[in-house]
Design a protein around this ligand. Sequence first.
Ligand SMILES: Cc1cc2nc3c(=O)[nH]c(=O)nc-3n(C[C@H](O)[C@H](O)[C@H](O)COP(=O)(O)OP(=O)(O)OC[C@H]3O[C@@H](n4cnc5c(N)ncnc54)[C@H](O)[C@@H]3O)c2cc1C
Length: 382
Amino acid sequence: MAIKLRSDEDQMILGMVHDIGVQRIAPRAAEIDKTGEFPWDMKALLAEQGILGMPFPETYGGSGSSEEMIIRVIEEISRHCATTALILCVQQLGSLPILLAGTPEQKARFLPRLASGEWLAAFGLTEPGSGSDAGAMQTRAERKGDTYVLNGMKHFITNAGLAHVNVIFAITDPTAPGTRGISAFIVEQSTPGFRLGHVEHKMGIRGSQTGELLFEDCVIPAENLLGREGEGFKIAMMTLDRTRPGVGAQALGIAQGALDVAVNYAKQRVQFGKPIAEQQGIQFMLADMATAIEASRQLLYHAARMIDDGAPNFSRFSAMAKLYCSDTAIKVTNDAIQILGGYGYMQEFPVERMMRDAKICQIYEGTNQIQRVVIARDLIKG
Ligand SMILES: Cc1cc2nc3c(=O)[nH]c(=O)nc-3n(C[C@H](O)[C@H](O)[C@H](O)COP(=O)(O)OP(=O)(O)OC[C@H]3O[C@@H](n4cnc5c(N)ncnc54)[C@H](O)[C@@H]3O)c2cc1C
């Protein structure tokens, strides 16, 4: 069901994204997956079309799009290529801490080249010993005069080694209670003492580069602190509350893409003298897939609209959307493979890639267990 956008201009943009999805992104998806190389051509395409500028206000060269529009564009691109959609997701993830907590000088310095797509962004929270328990991080940032010196490492970081702007979370006060000793910093790519470590080989989203970021006496100017010392964890959580619908949208797009393939295939494939789409067993599977997708979509768009409207408890809905859409994507892609039978298992058809790509949506930006923690905490508070 088409859910109406709030303006005709947004409808037009979505139509344009639909066209470039079909004409330019879909034909590249299998190759990106096969080579596992970052798709610079897709990044250039998203930049050219102003898509990478969507999460940025017009003052900084972006289009100041609503969250609803951003997630709808992520969904549309993910129908064809989840790796390409992730470029937009992470541009938002790595830039939002600057938008939320940056000074006017930091915003003026970093946002225009992120909005134009000249620079990529990365968000460095996770470490080998601190994933779900992000507050247990070890990376240190010590104040020395008008600088901070960073030592430690981040791992599983999307765009590691590719991003010019890296928002890094590190401990500034190890004696502070809970997560109040964590601060956020902007680390630029060419900073001495900052380098790329191991690059991961992954199951899905294979064209996205995931790797370690290493800090060895990495000296950054004190003016690269985001917000105040001790506000880092709050900035990270405020960011994730707003970007989780993007992961939900990635999952939803993958699920819709898999359903499209399954419906087409079921209409063509003849067994027992008629198309398998005429078998009620297949029809029921398709009906369940479409129903789960539509329920996910309603929840996701609702969460995005809550963010746009500044609703007080949007973080619960943001977590619900990410959880529900990604669980749906796993189920739908799995069923799509089943409907294609042996062909579904082969790389000749896109559904096996879609299933591999869908899995990450249950893991990053907080696993789905952590989303349940967020939802339950909000339910029982107060
Ligand atoms: C491809 C990829 C890209 C990523 N990109 C980024 C990035 O750009 N930036 C970044 O900072 N991080 C990134 N991550 C890291 C990602 O966010 C973490 O992997 C994720 O948060 C889980 O952490 P973990 O892998 O250490 O798992 P763990 O935290 O060790 O979890 C292991 C299992 O235990 C469960 N678990 C843990 N705690 C609880 C609990 N309290 N209750 C119930 N179950 C629990 C988890 O749900 C999971 O099933 C990326 C990860 C991947 C794989």
